[in-house]
Design a protein around this ligand. Sequence first.
Ligand code: ADP
Ligand code: MG
Length: 450
Amino acid sequence: TWGRICDDLERTIGKNNFVTWIAPLEFRALENGVARFGVPTNFVGEWVNRNFGDKIIEQLTRNGVAVDRLEFAVSATKPAAARAAPRAAAPASASGTAPQAENDLPGAPLDARFTFDTFVTGKPNELAHAAARRVAEGGNVTFNPLFLYGGVGLGKTHLMHAIAWDLRERAPEKRVVYLSAEQFMYRFVQALRERDMMGFKSLFRSVDVLMVDDVQFIAGKDSTQEEFFHTFNALVDQNKQIVISADRAPGEIKDLEDRIKSRLQCGLVVDLHPTDYELRLGILQQKVDLYRQQYPGLVIADGVLEFLAHRISTNVRVLEGALTRLFAFASLVGKEISLELAQDCLADILRATDRKVTIEEIQRKVSEHFNMRLADMVGPKRHRTIARPRQIAMWLAKQLTQRSLPEIGRRFGGRDHTTVMHAVRRIDDLRTSDPQIAEDLELLRRMLEA
Ligand code: ADP
Ligand code: MG
C-alpha cells in the first residue's frame, strides 16, 4: 500500500516536493494508529511532519489505513534516500546547473562549468588554486578554515565549486555543502521562525565539508554571526574542513566580531590578486577553445585576444562577457572577428574599463619627463621651465581624467579654473604649432595610458 500512497502523494504535493521529502522516507511499521518511518536526518523528519504530515495521514486513511500520528526516526542506513536521490551527474556530462546531490543537504546547486579543469592559473591566483586543490584532495585537514578572498570576478566561487565537484568524484561518501552566506542566513532565520534550531544545528553539524561563499554578507547580522560561529567551531573541533570566501581579508570585514575574525584567521588565508595580462590572455584562449565547439568555423584575427587582454581590466566576468558578445555578434553577421569588429562591438565595455589615470600620476610623470621637482607642480613658481610643464600636466588632466576645471585647478595648488582653461587653450595651440610639444604630449599620453 505504501507504494500506492506514494503515487497519490506525488500527485497532490508535486513531483519536486515528493522527490525531495517523501521519497527518502522508509515506511517501517504501523502500530496502534502510529505510522513509523525511517528518515535520513531528523531535519527531514521534522520537516515532513510539519509540512506534509496531514497529507500523508489523509492519504493513508483514504487507502483504508487508520492512522492518527506519524513518527520519524533516523535510520542507520539510508536506502530510500540513496534510491530517491541519485548523485548529480559528473560535471563533464552536465551543462548549466546540476541538481544537488543529496536532498537533505542544504547546499546551493553547483555550476557545471566551474571545475578545476576550466580554471586557468597564473601568478595572481596560483596560491589560491593550490590551496583549493589541497582541500579537495582531503587527507589530513592541513589548514582549517581555508579563507579565500579577493575582488569581484576573480574566481572565488569558481574555486569553491571546483572543490565540491572534485570531492564528489573523489569521495562521494563525504557530505559536502556549498552555499552562500545569504543562504546560510536565510536558513537560520527560517529555522528561528519555525522554532527548529535543533534541526538547523544538527543539519549543519553533520556535514564533512562546509563551504560558505561571500561571508561579508553576514557581518553585522548578530544572531546569524553567532550561529555561524558555533557551527564553525563545532566543525573545526571535529576536524571537518571549512572553506570560506569573502571580498576582503578577515581583519578588514567591518562589523564582524573579533573572535570570529581571529578564528577565521587561524587557518590559511589566501587572496586572489587582480588578474594580470598573461592570466587574462590565458583565460581568453581557453574560452575561445570552448566557444569554437559552439561556433565552429569562426575566425579570430591575430591580435584580437591580446587587445582584449590588454584593454579589459581585471574582472574575469567582464572579460568573459565581452568574448561572448563578440562571438555572438560575429556569428550573427557572419564575419571574422577582426580588431575593428571587436572595437565596434565592445565600445561600451572598453570605455567603461579604460584605465583610470589620476592627476597625481600625471603630475609625477610630467615632472619626471621635464626633470623638475614634483613640488613645483603645485607650487607658486612662474618661470617658464616650470609653468609650461605645469600647463602640459593640466592639459593631460583635462584629456585623461573626468575632473572638472575647478577640480583640476584645486589639485594644482589651489589655482583658479580660469588658469586651467587658459593652460588648456595654450597647449592646444602649441600642439599644432610646435612639433616638439606635440611629440612630448603624445609620449606622455601613451605612458600614462599604458
Ligand atoms: P568571484 O566569486 O570571485 O566574484 P567567480 O568565481 O564567480 O568570481 O568568477 C567570475 C567568472 O570568471 C566565472 O565565470 C569564472 O568561471 C570566471 N573565472 C574567474 N577566474 C577564472 C580563471 N582563473 N580561469 C577561468 N575562469 C575564471
Ligand atoms: Mg562569487
